[in-house]
Write a protein that binds this ligand. Structure first.
Ligand code: UDP
Length: 483
């Protein structure tokens, strides 16, 4: 026990959504590989689904100093993954989970008092900085630096009357006065919560508050890399005392895993749905770079009309496609709905649809030539690492800003936000796969190389992770935990 207490102990607590849990687990694995004692706290319902569909327990059992613990969010299981109920979830967590977490810390249920807590910055209210025992908080925001910076700028934009976006607004109006984003950011590229009409809307207030809190913590951790978002990070550093950029975490973890290539059962897949691996065999039978991979992530829901437009557009493009159609992707869709007659031939000849794909393996597959994505930050980074040009169809939150940077700043994809008709889909697919292929491939391959270099020994993200691990060890030595 004495030895246990003499060594650093990191408690990690992600916000309960796949896009947050996934990178936090990758970071947990990286910290465990470095030999740190790590306790990972997860909401029960999320954890149950993860262990049902992944190798989570066997993967982490190789770290003797790693522990999983679970805690309730105070809600019935049906609330999982639904962002429309964000305020219900956060209110419940503040009322139920927060006091419980304190109790668990004090009782020793989570092991020795942590040296620090790596807390998801999307619910930074979870730990009071003044409550005893005082434990330093490192705040992990799982979004891009550019969207975090856009969120940070919202209070100023409201003050200047540039926000919120109102009813009949010209969405192409340029937003002024956001450093590092001059002539880039239009109204339609701001995080979706800016489109609410009134600045008092709880969701806008919540996102802004959490961003302000995140900037105030001792340290901010971002899943990005200096070579991608350097100019924006320079702006952010004027507000945040200490930023660790340690991404892309998927590539970072792979590069530090011992051995050449881990077998599929040891791959760090963190999805919470049953993976349909049959699509890999289908991909094996397709020509090199011929397939567009289509996925809108783990929570986006689209209308039946949008679903049809995408389907027609993909078939009309004449290109091959692999499409993740989650059972809950289309609002009100009947499981029994078959393939419409006019789409039957094109889908059978060139298409493959699955309920959930092993996305990282798919993107790395030789047959993949393009990625039609909603630009969740994990998907965007995974596309970059795989060197696959994107078609962006963002839906909410940070995705709207990410897609603008993908198309206008990094020039590794085309943005079709706010548009959804079959003609545009077919045109975008052909532009990415053929007409504008060379220019897009040139920049995406360059960006992929920068990403991979950043996580190799001596690279920017590699060094920042080392710095963070050293700082955690120093925290322990300085005995900054004040009981
Ligand atoms: N994902 C997956 N299989 C799929 C669809 C998505 O493994 O069929 C993973 C994807 O690799 C990514 C995560 O789910 O890591 C989605 O996170 P992202 O931030 O892109 O979007 P969100 O789900 O938060 O909207």
């Amino acid at each position: 026990m004495e030895e246990e207490e003499a060594e650093p102990h990191v408690l990690m607590f992600p916000f309960p959504a796949l896009g947050h849990v996934n990178p936090m687990l990758k970071l947990a694995e990286l910290l465990s590989l470095s030999g740190l004692r790590v306790t990972f706290l997860n909401i029960h319902t999320i954890h149950q689904r993860l262990i049902l569909h992944t190798n989570l327990h066997s993967r982490f059992s190789r770290f003797p100093k790693f522990r999983f613990h679970t805690i309730t969010d105070g809600l019935p299981p049906a609330y999982i993954g639904s962002l429309t109920k964000l305020s219900v979830l956060t209110q419940s967590m503040e009322a139920v989970t927060k006091p419980l977490l304190r109790q668990m810390l004090l009782s020793g249920e989570l092991g020795p008092i942590p040296t620090c807590i790596i807390l998801d910055g999307f619910f930074s209210f979870m730990v009071d900085s003044n409550a005893k025992p005082r434990i330093p908080v490192l705040c992990f925001r799982t979004v891009s630096a550019c969207s975090f910076w856009a969120y940070s700028s919202i209070p100023k934009l409201i003050e200047e009357g540039q926000l919120p976006v109102r009813g009949e607004e010209d969405m192409d109006r340029m937003i002024e006065g956001v450093d590092g984003m001059e002539n880039v950011l239009r109204c339609r590229d701001l995080p979706s919560f800016s489109r609410v009409g009134e600045q008092t809307e709880p969701i806008l207030q919540y996102c802004v508050d959490q961003t302000i809190q995140s900037s105030k913590t001792q340290s901010l951790i971002l899943n990005t890399f200096e070579e991608l978002e350097g100019p924006i990070l320079s702006c952010l550093r004027k507000r945040c005392r200490n930023i660790y950029t340690i991404g892309p975490l998927n590539a970072h973890l792979k590069s530090r895993l011992p051995g050449e290539k881990s077998p599929p059962e040891l791959e760090s897949s963190n999805g919470y749905r049953e993976v349909d691996r049959s699509c890999l065999a289908w991909l094996d039978a397709q020509p090199s770079k011929s397939v567009v991979y289509v996925s809108f992530g783990s929570v986006t829901v689209i209308g039946d009309d949008q679903f049809r437009e995408f389907w027609h557009g993909l078939v009309d493009s004449g290109k091959r496609f692999l499409w993740v159609v989650r059972p809950d992707l289309v609002a009100g869709k009947d499981e029994e709905d078959g393939v419409p007659a006019e789409l039957e031939e094109g889908t059978r000849e060139r298409g493959c649809m699955v309920g959930w794909a092993p996305q990282e393996e798919v993107l790395a597959h030789e047959a993949i030539g393009g990625f039609l994505t909603h630009n969740g930050w994990n998907s965007t980074l995974e596309g970059i690492v795989a060197g696959v040009p994107m078609i962006c169809w963002p839906q909410f939150a940070d995705q709207l800003t990410n897609s603008r940077f993908v198309s206008e700043v990094w020039k590794i994809g085309l943005d079709m936000k706010d548009v959804c008709d079959r003609k545009t889909v077919a045109k975008m697919v052909n532009d990415v796969m053929e007409n504008r292929r060379n220019e897009l491939m040139g920049s995406v391959l360059k960006t992929a190389k920068l990403a991979l270099t950043s996580v190799e020994e001596g690279g920017s993200s590699y060094c920042d992770l080392e710095r963070m691990i050293n700082d955690i060890q120093l925290l322990r030595q300085q005995r900054q935990v004040i009981d």
